[in-house]
Design a binder for this molecule. Structure first.
Ligand SMILES: [Mg+2]
Length: 234
């Protein structure tokens, strides 16, 4: 079953739950730069969105004209607030995350990330979870981050290009397995031609995820369907 060239993991809802840290940090940044956070922003669902898209939509909901410099400033302040917010009792590493990464490490398939987080936000969250050591944070790392584009498919495509560069051959997107927790992970993976495994450890249950037809859906990384597709069983 283990026929993939690379496994690219989403972070929030897939490897960890940051306990609202991202939202609190983002709201603080919004407050500082645009004034009190409006109800529409407070109620925004961030699931599967890239950080830059969150900034664009939050500014639109706040009635603030979008400017690249303002979005940049907002995200810089967000990253400054994030470390303090991660230190929360609600932060948790999801079941099977550490064991899965440990077992995949050193196998023939490469390990990487495909996340809507900015690179620094991704690293801060994974460091807090004790999982940062599984990934290569150098520019050669097999990653797609928010810096690669606002639309999630752009960061999937960027990550696949880095897998090709890293392996020194043109990798077919179908050789790459994306592991995520939202319908956006599925649509972005499909747009690029990657396979996709969904885990119901974020805000979508198995039925909601099955409805968008990933290659497999599992309750968590510990469950059989996930382990089978990751080549850890069967
Ligand atoms: Mg996610």
């Amino acid at each position: 079953m283990n026929r993939f060239a690379a496994f690219l993991f989403d972070i929030d809802g897939t490897l960890l739950r940051a306990g609202g840290a991202g939202r609190r940090a983002f709201n603080k940044a919004m407050e500082e730069l645009t004034g009190p956070v409006v109800a529409g922003v407070a109620e925004m669902k961030f699931d599967g969105m890239t950080d830059r898209l969150i900034a664009r939509e939050a500014l639109a909901l706040s009635g603030v004209a979008f400017e690249e410099r303002l979005a940049d400033a907002l995200l810089v302040r967000y990253l400054e607030h994030l470390p303090g917010e991660l230190d929360s009792p609600a932060f948790r590493v999801l079941p099977g995350a550490a064991a899965t990464l440990a077992r995949l490490q050193g196998r023939s398939a490469a390990l990487g990330l495909c996340t809507g987080n900015l690179a620094l936000g991704a690293r801060l969250k994974l460091r807090h979870a004790g999982l940062d050591g599984f990934f290569d944070w150098s520019p050669a790392g097999l990653h797609g981050f928010a810096e690669d584009g606002e639309a999630r498919a752009r960061l999937v495509a960027a990550a696949v290009a880095r897998v090709s560069a890293g392996l020194g051959r043109t990798v077919d997107p179908a050789e790459v397995l994306i592991i995520g927790d939202t319908p956006r992970d599925v649509s972005a993976a499909r747009e690029v031609g990657c396979r996709v495994l969904c885990v119901a450890t974020g805000n979508f249950d198995v039925a909601a995820l099955a409805a968008v037809h990933p290659d497999a859906v599992a309750e968590s990384l510990e469950h059989g369907e996930a382990r089978l597709l990751l080549g850890l069983e069967g």
